[in-house]
Design a protein around this ligand. Structure first.
Ligand code: GDP
Length: 198
């Protein structure tokens, strides 16, 4: 199993011009605030605090690129997307940050996968379902990370994931930053989407 051995903060972009060059394959993470995005990114990378930047006031509406290096030497970008308002993006709202996000999701040729985080206990709300549709129309592959899966009793986990899949049409992986359940499976999916799988 590959591991991420090094991570470097590259940029925090508030406008398309500030996004880094399209030099590495990218995997972006989207989810409403409190869904467990920073915890999941920390669990994936083994770095605490790295993604805190996206939570500091004024940075909540930026797209944060972090370069991750694998033990194989391969490199990719993990991209932290702003934490809310996807429904408005899907409807084509014209606020600055909405336009930034929409431009990014629509026209980033190096974007290989969007991981959409959904609280395992709540399932997809309208906004998440709309983002899945939006990505489908834009031709961007997407998978769901059902976060805080440790809070669902074991016997209910598989049915919950199957229901998520049935409702959205995309694969759902149950993840926990607390127990690390699903973290390896998510990394594997990320590496497979970016061409760095086994
Ligand atoms: P963000 O706003 O999406 O970045 O969410 P955070 O990562 O800050 O997490 C929000 C809250 O959920 C915090 O209180 C975390 O401790 C809690 N949390 C995050 N991940 C998990 C998890 O896997 N299991 C449980 N039980 N709680 C979690």
């Amino acid at each position: 199993m590959r591991r991420i051995v090094e991570t470097t903060l590259v940029s925090s972009a508030g406008t398309p011009a500030k996004l880094p060059p399209e030099s590495l394959p990218e995997v972006a993470f989207a989810g409403r605030s409190n869904v467990g995005k920073s915890s999941l990114l920390n669990a994936l990378t083994g770095r605490r605090g790295l993604f805190k930047i996206s939570k500091t006031p004024g940075r909540t509406r930026t797209i944060v690129h972090v370069e991750a290096r694998l033990d194989s030497g391969a490199r990719l970008y993990l991209v932290d997307l702003p934490g809310y308002g996807y429904a408005k993006v899907a409807r084509g709202a014209k606020q600055n940050w909405g336009a930034l996000l929409e431009a990014y999701l629509r026209s980033r040729p190096t974007l290989h996968l969007v991981v959409l985080l959904v609280d395992a206990r709540r399932g997809p709300e309208d906004e998440e379902a709309e983002l899945v549709d939006f990505l489908g129309r834009a031709g961007v592959p997407c998978l769901l990370a059902a976060t805080k899966i440790d809070r669902i009793v074991k016997s209910r986990r598989k049915p919950a994931l199957e229901e998520l899949r049935a409702r959205t049409g995309v694969r759902a992986i149950g993840t926990s930053a607390e127990t690390r359940e699903g973290i390896d499976a998510l990394l594997e999916a990320i590496l497979s989407a970016t061409g760095f799988g086994k």
